[in-house]
Design a binder for this molecule. Structure first.
Ligand code: ZN
Length: 76
């Protein structure tokens, strides 16, 4: 299943998938999400990741839309 081929929710133009990354000199990562009331694990010091965010960029108006991709569907 493709994550792209969505029309822009703002203007209806074609969009293409982009990868939104957060990075510094040591590491980089894609954006993920967790529950609104989640707390970082006391053991790992990290949030429990529920999935990652897929993004599409509209070439016409520049709007970026995010869609949640639950962890279970990634097959990894
Ligand atoms: Zn647009």
């Amino acid at each position: 299943m493709s994550e792209s081929n969505q029309d822009c929710i703002e203007c209806g133009a074609a969009t293409h998938p982009i990868l939104v990354v957060e990075q510094d000199h040591q590491h980089h990562d894609t954006l993920k999400y967790t529950a609104i009331d989640a707390q970082p694990s006391w053991f790992l010091g990290r949030y429990k990741v529920e999935g990652h965010l897929a993004a599409e960029l509209c070439e016409s108006c520049g709007r970026v839309t995010f869609r949640a991709v639950p962890q279970e569907q990634r097959g990894s």
